[in-house]
Design a protein around this ligand. Structure first.
Ligand SMILES: [Zn+2]
Length: 338
């Protein structure tokens, strides 16, 4: 089979790779219905995160189970399944506590920008739908695999509740879906920080009530103005830079919550500022597995349509263009059809 392999900065190739097969009794092999490019794939693509050897790319996936190892009994060939970027046993203490992305036996699931994927710890990792979904639902299920689950975690970790005032920092796919998640959790006011008109439009569709185009200190000042000098109860940081993190903490009310779900790159927090900020901080790699059953229900019942964040769909063999379009900000997020 052929899949996407990153060789170095902006050098992504679609080339022959070994087809995955069952290597452990707990594995499954899935034939992918869709795959996609993640914002976090752009860090190594841009050379900000070094790659030491040619690396098969992609960690967002959904599809039909092709084969399972002998220890897998609850997941069966023919089922439509969704999993997350960390395989987890879903039984260890960290999993039981809802932090499957810190599973004691976690394994990163890589190489999903391909027609087939090996998923370790299949029974803990994969969630099967009741039926094989129609084609029009595939983009939304694909979004649930990572960006939607991550946006949901952002809202959950920032303690968004009925009536909350929420700020979302970042207008990438995760930020937009964090807006959608906050809306689902009953937020009354959702302030989306975005400078791009097309993204502002989706943010409003997803439930944003206010848009702040300013950044940095000016952005903080604008949020303070909108919240009568108090700040927001919940601030969802969905980027991972020093600027966005600082902005998030400074927009939060005393006693409020900051969640952070973008992989931090060069973020340094000052102890003293944090001390006087009086905020709760909670973030990390989203335990998407915790939210999969709920999110699958919300998609299946038509309550949410997170697939809207895919504004570019390409056949898998054009994966390089999919990266380029996101790198050049011509696309929010690329869906690839194997
Ligand atoms: Zn575990």
């Amino acid at each position: 089979m052929r899949g996407a392999v990153l060789y170095g900065p902006r050098d992504i190739r679609f080339e022959e790779r070994d087809a995955p097969r069952i290597t452990q009794p707990t594995d499954a092999v899935v034939r992918l219905s869709a795959t996609s490019v993640c914002g976090s794939d752009l860090w190594p693509y841009r050379g900000i995160q070094a790659v030491s050897e040619p690396t098969p790319m992609g960690h967002e996936y959904c599809g039909i189970v092709e084969d399972v190892g002998r220890a897998v009994t609850k997941i069966k060939p023919g089922q439509f399944v969704i999993g997350s970027f960390f395989a987890s046993d879903n039984t260890c203490p960290n999993c039981q506590f809802g932090y499957q992305s810190s599973c004691q036996h976690r394994e990163f699931v890589g190489g999903a920008q391909a027609p087939m994927l090996r998923v370790p710890l299949a029974e803990g990792t994969l969630v099967a739908t009741s039926d094989v979904p129609s084609k029009d639902l595939i983009p939304s299920f694909q979004a649930v695999s990572d960006v939607m689950g991550t946006g949901w975690f952002a809202a959950d970790a920032a303690n968004v509740k009925q009536g909350s005032t929420v700020v979302v920092v970042g207008d990438g796919a995760v930020g937009l879906l964090a807006v959608l998640s906050a809306k689902q959790m009953g937020a009354e006011r959702i302030i989306a920080m975005s400078r791009h008109e097309s993204r502002q439009k989706i943010a409003r569709e997803f439930g944003a009530t206010d848009i702040v185009a300013e950044r940095g200190d000016a952005g903080v000042a604008r949020v303070m103005e909108l919240t009568r000098g108090v700040g927001a109860h919940s601030v969802l940081e969905c980027v991972g830079t020093q600027e966005s993190m600082t902005q998030a903490i400074r927009c939060t009310r005393r006693g409020g919550y900051v969640s952070y779900v973008g992989v931090p790159h060069g973020v340094d927090l000052k102890g003293e500022e944090l001390f006087y900020a009086h905020v709760h901080l909670h973030g990390g790699p989203a335990p998407v597995r915790r939210f999969l059953p709920k999110l699958i229900d919300l998609v299946w019942s038509g309550n949410i349509n997170p697939g809207k964040v895919f504004d570019l769909t390409l056949p898998l063999d054009q994966v390089a263009e999919g990266y380029r379009a996101m790198d050049e900000r011509r696309a929010i997020k690329t869906l690839l059809r194997p």
